[in-house]
Design a protein around this ligand. Structure first.
Ligand SMILES: *Cc1c(COP(=O)(O)O)cnc(C)c1O
Length: 380
């Protein structure tokens, strides 16, 4: 096979990243602190509208972990989590010895279903424990049903930790994802909309949250000349080298979102005549997705038996990477013993859904190769 690989989502540098990294070397700020770390935090705070505080961390997972700590999640507590997501949304619940309670998605945004969420809360309370927090995810960049989910959370006074790892630059009614919950986590892993090679951030409207997150992320050192600790700390701060990459990436974020959205439009056009294939799109104009990944759902009853697996394998032969949607957490061997509320929306999405190459760096030739596979398979 000599055709170059077309990735689902690969890093896409803007050009100035190396300039910031070089500055770090030139000034010897090769450490998990420095001007790039504070500069990157400032860039993110500006991008999110200037009203939020951002702590740059070593990963999105670290941000979720510290977020749950800031919400005072203790061993034995219950935390509600969207089932349809990446395992990193749920793992930090287990780190803290708390119990995840998984909730199904609704079919419009593929995110946490507000009706099943309320059912879960009512049932957990009736069993004696009010959930301590809710982790809601903006999957593939699509905002969750912000109004409905936040209304349920507020009705029962349960804080929301937004998993916005995939949704930097997405908005609901013009407001940025990552600014709706009490706290939010961002990720800058290699496959995300922007990357620092690895990294993440915790977002809050409260300055005290940021300060506490930075304190915990730097080994929880008390204010003393010697090393003194009254709390368990973590080594979760972002490196000044990685933050330099992030500063360069922030310069091209909006451009890259426009390119990802163009990929989505390409798939809408490609599949418009194909019966039984639906491209995942915003339910209405309140929603603006960064379309981090373009996804489709295939109904094999309308495609003469062509399934998402048929398409995935046909792409693989051409060295084009596609991947099934996230496998819901309540179906994962490690999590299946925990409570679950809802029906089969997430399960059906996993059965029939596929993520397609979505990078902002895909070119016309890549698109032509993708198109050729689809045209051959669906015979048009
Ligand atoms: C990537 C991702 C995370 C974890 O972020 P890392 O930076 O890789 O630790 C968490 N949740 C979701 C939904 C993600 O896609």
């Amino acid at each position: 096979m000599n055709k170059s690989k077309i990735w689902l989502s690969s890093p896409h540098m803007g050009g100035n990243e190396q300039k910031y990294v070089q500055e770090a070397f030139d000034t010897n700020w090769v450490a998990p602190l420095g001007p790039n770390v504070s500069g990157f935090e400032q860039d993110l705070e500006n991008y999110l509208g200037g009203k939020h505080h951002v702590a740059a961390l070593s990963s999105g997972t670290a941000a979720l972990h510290l977020g749950l700590i800031l919400l005072d999640v203790q061993p034995g507590d219950e935390v509600i989590c969207q089932s349809m997501t990446f395992s990193a949304s749920a793992n930090p619940i287990a780190y803290l010895g708390a119990t995840p309670v998984f909730v199904d998605s609704e079919s419009e945004t593929w995110n946490i279903c507000p009706v099943a969420l309320e059912e879960a809360i009512i049932d957990r309370i009736s069993k004696g424990k009010k959930p301590k927090a809710i982790i809601a995810v903006h999957l593939y960049g699509m905002p969750f049903k912000v109004k409905e989910v936040m209304a349920v959370a507020e009705k029962y006074s349960i804080p929301v930790l937004e998993d916005s790892a995939e949704a930097l630059g997405s908005t609901f009614q013009g407001k940025n994802c990552g600014t709706f919950g009490q706290l939010a986590a961002l990720s800058f892993n290699g496959n995300k909309i922007i990357t620092t090679s690895g990294g993440g951030a915790l977002v809050s409207s409260q300055k005290e949250h940021k300060d506490k997150a930075v304190f915990l992320a730097t080994q929880a050192r008390d204010a003393a000349p010697h090393y003194q600790h009254s709390e368990i700390g973590y080594n979760y701060r972002l490196s000044n080298i990685c933050a330099g990459i992030g500063r360069g990436q922030m310069e091209v974020l909006d451009q890259h979102i426009a390119l990802r959205r163009k990929m989505h439009d390409f798939y809408v056009d490609l599949f418009k005549e194909v019966e039984g294939v639906t491209v995942f799109s915003e339910p209405n104009t309140d929603y603006f997705s960064n379309h981090w990944l373009s996804c489709i759902v295939i109904d094999p009853q309308k495609t003469n038996g062509i399934t998402r697996e048929t398409l995935r394998l046909a792409m693989e032969v051409e060295n084009i990477e596609c991947r099934p949607l996230w496998k819901p957490m309540h179906l994962q061997p490690i999590f299946e013993q925990y409570p679950y509320y809802g029906g089969k929306v997430a399960e059906n999405l996993f059965e029939n859904g596929l993520c397609l190459p979505s990078g902002s760096n895909l070119n016309a030739e890549d698109c032509a190769r993708i198109k050729a596979v689809v045209e051959t398979l669906f015979d048009f």
